[in-house]
Design a protein around this ligand. Structure first.
Ligand code: ZN
Length: 63
């Protein structure tokens, strides 16, 4: 699976737990970052990741 690519956190650039393929298309999916523990809404189109918006109350995110 060479074409798999980890999605990076838009906030701290850490690897997240989400992988994408060249044909991946997702819109407005919550991306949780295990490092900074924040959630960002992203859209993915063929490994092009765009942050839609950052959650306002990211301090409330917990494991
Ligand atoms: Zn992060």
């Amino acid at each position: 699976m060479e074409n798999e690519k980890w999605v990076l956190c838009p906030i701290c650039n850490n690897k997240t737990r989400i992988k994408v393929h060249p044909d991946t298309v997702v819109e407005n999916i919550p991306l949780f970052c295990p490092k900074c523990k924040r959630e960002t809404i992203i859209s993915v189109t063929g490994q092009n990741v765009a942050a839609v918006k950052k959650t306002k109350d990211d301090m409330k995110v917990s494991l």
